[in-house]
Ligand binder design. Sequence first.
Ligand code: NOJ
Length: 726
Amino acid sequence: MPHQPRIEGLITRMTLEEKIGQLGAFADALRPFAFEVNPETFARDAEQVREQIRAGRVGALFNGVGAAEGREAQRIAVEESRLGIPLLLGADVIHGMRTVFPIPLGEAASFEPDLAERTARATAKEATAAGIHWTFAPMVDVARDQRWGRVAETSGEDVHLSCEFAAARVRGFQGGDLTAADSLLATPKHFAAYGAVSAGLDYNFVDLAPQTLRDVHLPPFKAAIDAGALTLMSSFNDINGVPASANRELLTDLLRGEWKFEGFVVSDYTSDLELIAHGYASDEADAAKKALTAGLDMSLQSGIYAGHVAALVERGEIPMAVVDEAVRRVLAVKAAIGLFDDPYRSLDAAREADPSHIAAHDALARDCARRSIVLLKNEDDVLPLKKSGQRIALIGPFGSDTAHLGGCWNIFGDAARMIDVETGLRSALDDAASLVVVPGCAIEEPVEGGLEAAVAAAREADVVVLALGEPHDYSGEAQSRTQIVLPAAQQALAEAVATTGTPVVVLLRNGRALALEGAVRDAQAILVTWFLGTQTGPAVADVLFGDYNPSARLPVSFPQDSGQQPYFYNHPATGRPNVPGTPRSFQARWREVAHAALYPFGHGLSYTRFDYGAPQLGTDKLGWNGTLTVRTRITNAGPRDGEDVAQLYLRDRTANRVRPVRELKRFAKVALAVGESREVEFALTRADFEFHGVDNRPVAEPGLFDLWVAPSSAVGDAVTFELLAS
Ligand code: NOJ
């Protein structure tokens, strides 16, 4: 640690108040601020904030934006406070800054972590140009219940996919050199198990087997830390009765003890104060004591460290060593990103004003958006559409919508650059007059004469593109739903349009998997477009007209019915499995639907067809320390060049704890020209077979495993191998 002497020197000179100052982050009242993001901002006026920076009572500011204003805040910290410790300037920059990329769930559908690394890099460039050092991203929670509104911010329901995207985004935000002016410090969140909130209700309790915590919810954090993350955000929820923000087992024993994490943990917004509402702390002082001594280094916004830690230390209730250790961690991160050497890094107004990156970032946003679109079905090859000679009716409330393009975390996006679906389609068509546009209804309500106009337009058309979905505020924080269906007015619109018999292509806009019903489910083609951001229109046009052959796959299972939630493909095996095609008897299935997805994790079609050969194993008896090679030949047997996602799944046949029916272990996106055939190769070792056993320790057990290389989690023929004991 090259900065250690400087940090230790500072700690020796700091007063207790100055130390506590480093442990507090507050809303940035000095700059234009993203107020809508959190419930209240505990409004401090700008003068108060300046005064506190001067007094050394603030370690970090968050959610303000602007290089010049940030520079002024930093100047006060560096030149007017006694010790001149620079501020860390943070913000929620989640899926883009000025250029808005697809929501993280959509981007995960690309199954291309490299792409996520590139969009995170572009985001980092824009955010650091706007005077931000530190982002509260990536969110690496695993989302197994689609009722939860924050599914949109995740990489979906799978552990391996989440790990790959977590690591890629950390690499992308931070870049190769943490001290570079365009390096954005990442904060994997929310530590931990926020994705396991009961009933998908945001902020709800988490009752979780310790093994599931370790097998499912912790690995993406470990992957993010291994990729270089230096800060984490604690979560709002409790885990088995202990709130994560005061959870010593998690914040200290596991994170620092087992994982040797050297960075700091910031609370989620007031999650330390919320220990009182949880009934885990009696008052603010008790909450501050429990959180800080458990290992929560920095308090975000509540002010309870500023208000109570000094007295707690003076009364001997918190050892000074605990405060010093938290301060050491915060200062070490500031040093690691170069703030002591150049406190004005990333505070350059000229760079903020420079538009020269925009063309490249728009191109990346377009490519990322089209690579995120999932083709669920395409009966009779209704897609791709023709650019001329085909009358197209664009019907639905999202056809010309510009207010719901960005998604739930679009707070700093450049609204003027957002391109809606209609504009995208018109500029792609050879004859723009072949497109008619009819809203048909509002997002949540019918409009007078809407259905009649929609039906008339559908009758006149050769094909209908039906732009339906959720508004952006149906997903994100505090946006849990009980029924994950389309608003009734839109469903009615789809039913009315279907009566015309004109082929329908549904364009879904959504922040979670949906339970599709009636005419939407029965449409000839369905495209899942999530929230695609700045380049929505061009990306949708690329896919609709076949300029881009869709290659995305579902990162979450689309259930048949809302009541199946939580439904995820990698569920543990039951003792009465549902056997597809057999009559409903005493099997694990509902009266109404089978225990299966309508469209499973990993599913997604292309305008071409890929044929899979049987997986060839290097051996069917794998030695304990051996490497299993798996080769599968994939052939593009259809009419167009395209990209496929080969997915390798495993099942441990017998184990000391019930194992999932399938688990993704590897995937690879392969581009194949028409007629081209290629062998995809994977390698597995014992670490890939490990899980946490009855004693909650990692174990791999000798025995039989099933293995699939397949185009989704629900298809393919298994091959079997044995893991030997020696
Ligand atoms: C609360 C959210 O849970 C978290 O994700 C976000 O980073 C903070 N608010 C700060 O805005």
